[in-house]
Design a protein around this ligand. Structure first.
Ligand SMILES: Cc1cc2nc3c(=O)[nH]c(=O)nc-3n(C[C@H](O)[C@H](O)[C@H](O)COP(=O)(O)O)c2cc1C
Length: 199
């Protein structure tokens, strides 16, 4: 079950912009993040759920979409996500939240996927723009951003052989292809045959 969920929990960058993600769903996702592991149990991340259309427009412009697809300016208006959850670091709380943020974001990706939604994690965030959009005090900054919506794109996982590129790409039908290294290629000092990971 978890295997299937993780297979499905891909990064999506094209959504149905007519599908509005309501606040209750966003709060449920934040609740999953809240229950996730935290270094020293400091729980120093703060979460800003956003589904107001004007704020979503502003956030859309404050992210770098698909670094490996330089000719793609990001989703067209009718394919933009309708919600975001911004993971915030507060220096006043004095904790390094970077590991916690990754774990929290992944919990929310899984929660979104289980609800038939899709998500994209962003580390690229224009801090100055976010400061204005979310009225952040000087001690606070954006650690990660999660875009959430109803996905409309097909994502295909592909086996990546040693020496091949790790960059994702799109085909003529606009399907999104993501190379993943093989199990045997990510193991260190493991000499035996690897089991078939799909069994
Ligand atoms: C920490 C982190 C930061 C990321 N930042 C961005 C980003 O700024 N922009 C973007 O388009 N995708 C971003 N991604 C998505 C990755 O490109 C994506 O996870 C990768 O291509 C693999 O695809 P998959 O998630 O479907 O396995 C980020 C993912 C992670 C885990």
């Amino acid at each position: 079950m978890l295997d299937a969920l993780i297979q499905l929990a891909r990064t999506y960058r094209r959504f149905d912009a007519s599908y509005l993600v309501d606040e209750t769903v966003l709060l449920r996702l934040v609740n999953l993040a809240r229950l996730s592991p935290s270094s020293g149990n400091k729980q120093a991340i703060r979460f800003a759920p956003v589904n107001d259309p004007a704020d979503c427009d502003a956030i859309f412009e404050s992210l770098l979409w698909a670094y490996s697809l330089p000719d793609w300016p990001g989703p067209a208006r009718e394919e933009r996500p309708t919600a975001y959850i911004v993971l915030l670091r507060d220096d006043a709380l004095g904790a390094d939240v970077s590991h916690d943020a990754g774990i929290a974001a992944w919990s929310m990706v899984l929660g979104a996927t289980e609800r038939g939604l899709g998500a994209c994690i962003f580390a690229s965030a224009d801090q100055d723009r976010f400061r204005k959009i979310l009225s952040l005090p000087p001690t606070m900054s954006v650690e990660l951003v999660l875009a959430v919506g109803k996905p409309v794109e097909e994502v295909v996982l592909e086996e990546m052989l040693p020496g091949e590129s790790f960059e994702y790409w799109r085909d003529e039908a606009n399907s999104h292809h993501v190379p993943k290294r093989r199990l045997e290629d990510v193991l260190w000092n493991y000499e035996q045959d690897t089991p078939n990971p799909d069994n």
